[in-house]
Design a protein around this ligand. Structure first.
Ligand code: OAD
Length: 237
């Protein structure tokens, strides 16, 4: 299959953990995925942070170590190349907290669930997130904000509002093609994006080795691994 992209088209891409699977990073909901070995309630909720911030940092330090070792794969590269052809008619929203899209060359992107390579004040005191790639061996090593609050991972915990939603909604409204790659369609609001795009009349294409939960909302489903399916999928006219 080839997706033709005309001169009037605007492309919105949503990616999930599946796009980084071929880079060696585990997904969340696979039988051997991150949520099989870790309880969300222990590592990815505001309560978990209140109860045991050391355990939360332990989990995200391990994610940092794995992310630093991983390399972008042909799927990340294909999306960066597509952006190179389309410029401002391309927008990428990732649920992933790794930086493999940036390292492949993507520029017009938002991380709606946060970024592994940053930390921010636990008190939401107004200070911007800071770059932080450290792998913490204990909570004592974690720094504090100027306000005195402890630095927490710059990650959207379950129950918190995803980042940059206004910009994401505006970009979806403008899109004529939505491409969704490697996400199970089980976490909202991201799983709704395909419905929002359909309301605006966009073509909606899913790429992944198995159908997502919201498969019926897509106009087409391309069954395959992202790193094999994405290179060569697009024809820019
Ligand atoms: P999931 O683990 O729920 O789903 C990963 C998807 O990737 C599945 O549908 C797989 O079929 C697909 N997949 C596996 N290998 C692939 C490959 N080589 N190419 C393409 N697709 C592949 O991960 P997400 O949907 O990203 O949030 O999860 C959404 C959110 O839930 C995450 O951002 C995270 C998690 O809890 C937070 O931590 C806030």
């Amino acid at each position: 299959m080839t997706i033709s992209i005309g001169s009037e088209d605007r492309v919105f891409v949503l990616t999930g953990a599946g796009i980084s699977a071929e880079s060696g990073l585990p997904t969340f909901r696979a039988s051997d995925g991150l949520w099989a070995g870790n309880r969300i309630e222990d590592v990815c909720t505001p309560d978990a942070w209140e109860r045991n911030p050391g355990k939360v940092w332990e989990f995200y330090s391990a994610r940092r170590a794995a992310g630093a070792k991983a390399q972008p794969n042909p799927a990340h590269v294909a999306l960066a190349a597509l952006e190179g052809r389309l410029g401002d008619r391309f927008f990428l929203c990732t649920q992933n907290v790794d930086d493999l899209h940036e390292r492949a060359g993507s520029k017009r992107l938002v991380h709606m669930h946060g970024e592994l390579t940053k930390a921010r004040c636990e008190n939401e005191c107004g200070q911007a997130p800071v770059e932080d790639r450290r792998i913490y061996a204990s909570l004592d090593e974690v720094g504090r904000c100027v306000c005195g609050g402890r630095l927490r991972p710059h990650i959207v915990f379950f129950g918190e509002i995803p980042l940059e939603m206004g910009r994401i909604e505006r970009e979806i409204q403008k899109a004529t093609l939505m491409l969704v790659v490697g996400t199970s369609g089980s976490v909202y609001p991201a799983a709704s994006f395909v419905h929002w795009a359909r309301l605006g009349g966009a073509r909606t294409v899913y790429v992944g080795p198995e159908e997502p939960l919201n498969a019926s909302a897509f106009t087409e489903v391309v069954v395959g691994k992202a790193g094999e399916a994405l290179p060569g999928l697009f024809r820019v006219e």
